[in-house]
Design a protein around this ligand. Structure first.
Ligand SMILES: [Zn+2]
Length: 501
């Protein structure tokens, strides 16, 4: 027992309480709040965010953390408490390195930037956003420089923030392997894209029936409705107050039932992670998924590795056919499986298939790298963007709306975030491979028995929250560090068979 830790506890509790309030407000803004609410509610959010910042970043907490980091005090802490202090120290150093007045000015800039980006996207007018983006870039680079360690590249700083232990060197190797192995595959698949029939997915699918089928799917993969809810929003997402309140959203379109089906499995994968965090650490700084990459691995594992496999649908496809008899009665399980895996190059990342998806991420990674190396200005971005789409995917956006302006990430200052999406898929493939060596995975899927899969992931990943990072989780579970080769062979095998290449 540490008396000093007891003094830290009220600070953590207050921070967490404010965090719960902010999460609720943000969830409400995306789901239930009326359109005009945001302008007014955001004033309250701004004030609470300030309180949230001050609850953790202050002299008292700083002093306590310093004392708790000594060898003598560390000996008195439990494993969880040690992990919490370590995590706080890291966050603290990141935040404290930025002068408060610069941080505040940056927050004001970001608040203005979002609507500017939104208008630019709607009007296909990149020039109206470019100067704001240049300012965001300049702040992001400045903040990264404050936290840059010796031997680190500037872009390593945001990369490491999102995924501890990852850097330009690892990601360069990862993307170069992808580029070499998958570019020819993408080209071959594009040539044979017509071979798979998808028209039955574009008919009218009643939204109420979609909604109840998606609810069934969430339950089927293990989502606990006593500790979670499903709401609706423009873009599906997952958020959580703690491990007993995990919220996912979905979005329904009449002529794209596959969007809602795979969204609920994807967000469900995120939710299983958060619902699976151990009770002992929930509502603490380590009581959430360890990183973006690991989180995306869980959602993509369920969405793609399981959800887009033939065995996953074997026990439940007839149920989908019964829900939509006029659309699917004449469509076989195999035809359905092929259609939901249909691949071809396209312009929009969020609508991309499993095979071409990592190329969208690679393009953003290469551009962010140039931004942090200072070899490109905001004004030059659209041309480089278009040229890379042409080169890797063989398609070129005719407007910036479908090009450089499509994602909000840079408008909210998120640099270093995109690679997590591709890392997530690669980690998922590594886990998928591993699971097949420790359990009869295919058979479980064919029997509709998904519980052992969830239990295994819970034991080896979910319950730890942030107490272990991605590399540690992978090493302890699969006995090797991150290895992108599994991802490359997974995609190669799957698409070679699917398109008879
Ligand atoms: Zn996700």
């Amino acid at each position: 027992m540490s008396a000093l830790y007891d003094q830290l506890k009220p600070h953590l509790d207050k921070t967490y309480a404010l965090n719960v309030a902010l999460t609720m407000l943000s969830f409400d803004n995306s789901t239930a709040a009326p359109k005009e609410a945001i302008e007014y509610t955001s004033k309250a959010i701004g004030l609470l965010s300030g309180e949230h910042y001050n609850a953790l970043i202050n002299e008292e907490v700083k002093h306590l953390l310093e004392q708790l980091s000594t060898e003598q005090e560390q000996a008195l802490l439990s494993l969880e408490e040690k992990a919490i202090v370590k995590n706080l120290n890291k966050e603290y150093k990141l935040m404290a390195a930025i002068p408060p007045e610069e941080f505040q000015a940056y927050q004001i800039l970001l608040a203005k930037a979002y609507p500017i980006w939104e208008a630019a996207k709607n009007n296909n007018d990149y020039d109206s956003f470019s100067p704001t983006l240049e300012e965001i870039i300049s702040y992001s680079k400045k903040f990264a420089a404050y936290n840059q360690k010796e031997g680190q590249k500037l872009y390593d700083v945001p990369l490491n923030d999102f995924e501890e232990g990852f850097n330009v060197e690892i990601l360069d190797e990862f993307f170069s392997k992808l580029r070499t192995a998958l570019t020819p595959l993408v080209h071959k698949v594009n040539e044979k894209s017509e071979a798979i029939q998808t028209d039955f997915l574009h008919q009218d699918y009643n939204i109420d029936i979609q909604r109840s089928f998606c609810r069934f799917l969430a339950e089927y993969i293990g989502f606990d409705f006593n500790r979670g809810v499903i709401a609706e929003s423009e873009h599906p997402f997952t958020t959580n107050l703690h491990n007993h309140d995990v919220r996912i959203t979905n979005h329904f379109q009449k002529n794209r039932p596959d969007f809602a089906i795979f969204s609920v499995i994807h967000e469900g994968g995120h939710a299983l992670y958060e619902q699976g965090v151990d009770d002992a650490i929930t509502m603490t700084p380590i009581g959430q998924g360890t990183s973006m990459g690991m989180h995306e691995s869980q959602s993509r594992f369920y969405e793609n590795n399981l959800g887009r496999s033939l065995s996953f649908w074997t026990p439940i496809y007839s149920r989908l056919q019964e829900a939509f008899p006029s659309q699917l009665k004449a469509v076989s399980l195999k035809q359905f499986y092929q259609a939901v895996n249909h691949a071809h190059s396209s312009l929009i990342r969020t609508e991309a298939d499993e095979l071409t998806y990592p190329f969208h991420v690679m393009i953003r990674y290469e551009i962010e790298k140039m931004i942090f190396e200072g070899t490109i200005t905001a004004a030059e971005l659209p041309a480089v963007w278009n040229q890379k789409y042409q080169e890797y995917l063989g398609v070129c956006p005719s407007t910036d709306t479908e090009g450089i302006l499509q994602d909000m990430h840079w408008a909210v200052g998120s640099f270093g975030y995109f690679p997590s999406y591709a890392l997530g898929s690669a980690i998922a493939a590594q886990i998928f491979h591993h699971l097949k060596t420790v359990m009869p995975l295919e058979r479980y899927l064919e029997e509709g028995n998904l519980k052992p899969i969830q239990t295994y992931l819970n034991q080896h990943i979910h319950r730890f929250g942030k107490a272990k990072n991605t590399q540690e989780l992978l090493q302890d579970m699969t006995k090797e560090p991150f290895n992108p080769d599994y991802y490359i062979s997974y995609l190669t095998d799957k698409y070679t068979a699917l398109y008879h290449l």
